[in-house]
Design a protein around this ligand. Structure first.
Ligand code: 0PR
Length: 393
C-alpha cells in the first residue's frame, strides 16, 4: 500500500528554503557577465536606472494586456508614449510599450502589410538593418529587398527609391545602425515615401533616445523628427532609454494607423478591448519603469546621459588613433557606437584574446564594436585600451 506523505509547508520553511534558494541563485549566477562590472563593451543594453528598477518592482503583477483592469497604468503608458513622441516633435503619435525593437519592428511591418493589401509583399530595408526584419519577413511571408548602404553606412534616398516596385508594401530607415550607429536621413527617406505613397518605418531602436538630446549635449545633430511621410517609429527604452529589459516602444503617426492591426477581445476581466499589440499578456512593470525613468530624467537628464556617452565616445575614438594596429571605422563616430578595425590582425583573434582578459566585445566582419553605454565609463575605457595595446603588441 502506498501512503502519501505530506510535508507540512510552514511559513518558516518557505522563508528558510527561499533563503537557501536565493543564495544558490546568487552563487549559480556569480560568474555570468554583468553590465555593472563594466566588462561588457559590446552590448546595447545597460544597467537600468535605479528609478526604473524601483518602479519595475512595484508593479510586478500587472498585466497591461488586460488594460481595463489597470486603467491608471494604461494612462501612464499613454503619458510615457506622449512624452517620447514630443521629443520627436510629434506628440500626436499613438503607441505602445512593448518588449523591444524586434516586437516593434514586427508590429510596424504587420501594419504596413495590412495597409498595402494583397499582392504587395516586398519590404525595402538598408543592408545595415537589424536581423529582426529577417524574422518579421519570415513570419509574415514578406520578401526583403536589401539596399546597399554608402561608405558612411547610410541609405541613399535615391538608392532606396530605385528599389521600390509596385509590390513594395514598406520601406525602412535606421537611426542608429546596430553595427556602427549610422543614422539615415529620415526627412529625405520619408519624402520618397510620401511621393511614392509607400509606408515608411524608422527603426530608431538605438538612436531613439539619443538623437533628440544631441543638441542639448552640444554635439552635431543628425536629422531627426517626424516628417509627414513617416508612418511609424521604433525606439527602445532598454537601450539608451535607461529602462529595464524588456522595454521597447512602437509609435504610429496617428490613432487610426495604430489601430490597423488591432484585434477585438470580448471576454477580458477588464472589459472589451481592441488590442493592438502582438503579444497578449504584457509587462505592466516595464510600463511603470519607462514612465518613471522618462519622467525622472526628462530632457535635461537624457541630455546628460547622451553628453556623457558622447564625451567618452570622442575620447575613445581619439585614443584609438594613437594606438598602432587599431583604427576607428568612423571618425567621428555618428553616435555612441565605435567600430574598431585591427589592420593586419584577424578581428576574431583580437576579440578572443580580449575576451580572455575579461572584455566582452561584439564581433563583426572586419571590425569589432564597442557600444558606449552608461556602464562604459572613462576608467573602463582606460583599462580596456591598456589591454588592447598589449594584445596588439
Ligand atoms: N533594431 C536595431 C537597430 C537594433 O540594434 C536592435 C537590437 C533591434 C532592432 C532589436 O531589438 P531587441 O533586441 O530589443 O528586440 N540591437 C542589439 C544588438 O543586436 C540587441 C542586443 C542588446 C543584443 C544587448 C545583445 C545585447 O547584449 O546588438
Amino acid at each position: 500500500m502506498c501512503e502519501k506523505v505530506r510535508t507540512p509547508v510552514t511559513r518558516r520553511a518557505i522563508i528558510s528554503d527561499s533563503k537557501v534558494l536565493l543564495a544558490e541563485l546568487d552563487a549559480r549566477l556569480a560568474t555570468d557577465w554583468t553590465f555593472s562590472s563594466g566588462r561588457v563593451l559590446g552590448s546595447m543594453c545597460s544597467v537600468p536606472h535605479p528609478v526604473a528598477a524601483a518602479a519595475f518592482e512595484r508593479v510586478l503583477e500587472a498585466n497591461i494586456g488586460d488594460e481595463g483592469l489597470v486603467p491608471a497604468l494604461a494612462a501612464l503608458e499613454r503619458e510615457a508614449v506622449g512624452q517620447f513622441a514630443g521629443w520627436w516633435g510629434h506628440p500626436e503619435a499613438s503607441g505602445r510599450i512593448v518588449s523591444g525593437g524586434t516586437e516593434a519592428n514586427v508590429m510596424a511591418l504587420w501594419t504596413a502589410k495590412i495597409v498595402a493589401g494583397p499582392g504587395k509583399n516586398e519590404v525595402v530595408i538598408p543592408a545595415s538593418a537589424h536581423y529582426s526584419f529577417d524574422k518579421a519577413a519570415s513570419l509574415m511571408g514578406l520578401t526583403l529587398v536589401k539596399a546597399p548602404v554608402g561608405k558612411d553606412g547610410c541609405l541613399d534616398p535615391a538608392v532606396a527609391e530605385a528599389a521600390l516596385t509596385d509590390r513594395t508594401c514598406a520601406f525602412v530607415g535606421v537611426a542608429g545602425s546596430t553595427a556602427l550607429g549610422a543614422v539615415d536621413n529620415v526627412f529625405a527617406l520619408a519624402e520618397v515615401a510620401r511621393r511614392r505613397k509607400v509606408y515608411f518605418h524608422l527603426d530608431a531602436s538605438f538612436g531613439g533616445y539619443v538623437l533628440p538630446f544631441l543638441a542639448d549635449a552640444g554635439y552635431p545633430v543628425h536629422p531627426f523628427g517626424w516628417p509627414e511621410g513617416m508612418a511609424s517609429l521604433s525606439a527602445d527604452p532598454h537601450k539608451m532609454g535607461r529602462g529595464p529589459v524588456p522595454s521597447g516602444m512602437i509609435l504610429w503617426r496617428d490613432e487610426d494607423l495604430a489601430r490597423v492591426s488591432a484585434v477585438e477581445v470580448g471576454y477580458l476581466s477588464g472589459g472589451r478591448l481592441r488590442q493592438n499589440t502582438l503579444v497578449g499578456t504584457r509587462s505592466g512593470a516595464s510600463v511603470a519603469a519607462v514612465w518613471a525613468v522618462q519622467k525622472h530624467l526628462d530632457r535635461a537628464g537624457y541630455g546628460e546621459v547622451v553628453k556623457t556617452a558622447m564625451g567618452t565616445t570622442v575620447a575613445l575614438t581619439n585614443a584609438l588613433k594613437g594606438i598602432s594596429g587599431a583604427q576607428p571605422v568612423f571618425d567621428p563616430a555618428p553616435l555612441n557606437v565605435v567600430g574598431v578595425r585591427t589592420p593586419g590582425r584577424e578581428t576574431g583573434d583580437v576579440v578572443a584574446r580580449l575576451r580572455l582578459r575579461g572584455w566582452a566585445l561584439s564581433q563583426w566582419d572586419g571590425f569589432f564594436r564597442i557600444v558606449v553605454m552608461p556602464h562604459v565609463t572613462p576608467p573602463v575605457i582606460d583599462g580596456f585600451l591598456a589591454d588592447l595595446q598589449e594584445v596588439l603588441k
